[in-house]
Design a protein around this ligand. Structure first.
Ligand code: HEC
Length: 201
């Protein structure tokens, strides 16, 4: 099966050993790498160098599927090893960052300054009650469209709180989404509502 992919040189880059993309080398020929298509998997580490695809080429569906499968197979082989290189210090840092973001969301959720009339989210949704983040996307009658969680957050800002909607990439929006999802996942006894451990893959 793997022979089918022999035209691809799978190259696993482990962040711990290599400081950056520049230390990536294909059999000692550093310059040739620049002309080749290199695709990185979603872990940010696993890579394949394609010898038979141009740098800016859009692959056919068949070829793209082969490359995707190759990347995935390489990632799965290495996953076990990768997860062991995270230290306790890493987990503590991730834990702290997650906590900070959730706390930021908690703060905005309790802050009437998102609106103009003194009302804040928690007054109607104590502990993020009835926010049902796991039910999105879904059709919301009042919006007359399929809504994402952020659309409902904005709807509630604009209506009961008489405020201005937040941009989708507004850090306050992201933090509130994080808080709502985290709060519900940690209170909801249903099996799909998992606790979000930091760094979980
Ligand atoms: C005055 C009370 C009130 C305030 C304040 C309020 N909401 Fe709501 N919110 C509601 C009600 C009532 C609904 C139910 C609407 C529905 O499901 O059709 C709702 C629905 C929601 C939903 C969707 C729930 C679902 O079942 O899909 C989310 C998410 C939400 N609110 C988040 C927020 C956030 C975030 C804030 C603050 C920015 C906020 N709400 C402020 C009353 C409020």
């Amino acid at each position: 099966m793997l022979k089918k992919f022999s035209f691809i040189i799978p190259l696993l880059i482990l962040g711990i050993f290599f400081s950056g993309k520049d230390s990536f080398a294909t059999k000692g020929d550093k310059d040739s790498k620049n002309d080749k298509k290199v695709i990185t998997a979603c872990d940010g580490m696993t890579q394949v160098v394609l010898n038979d695809v141009g740098k800016n080429e859009v692959m056919t569906r068949e070829k793209a599927q082969e490359v995707a499968s190759m990347l995935l197979a390489t990632y799965q082989q290495q996953k076990k090893y990768q997860s062991t290189k995270f230290t306790r210090r890493d987990s503590l840092i991730w834990d702290r960052e997650l906590k900070a973001m959730i706390e930021e969301g908690y703060k905005w959720f309790h802050d009437p300054s998102l609106g103009t009339n003194g009302i804040s989210c928690d007054m109607c949704h104590p502990d993020a009650a009835d926010t049902h983040p796991e039910t999105y996307p879904k059709f919301q009658i009042q919006l007359k469209k399929i809504a994402l969680l952020r659309d409902m957050i904005n709807w509630c800002i604009e209506n009961p709180m008489e405020g201005k909607p937040l941009k989708e990439d507004d850090p306050r929006m992201k933090a509130m989404e994080a808080y709502i999802i985290w709060a519900r996942a940690n209170q909801d006894p249903r099996p799909h509502a998992k606790i979000l451990n930091p760094g979980r893959r």
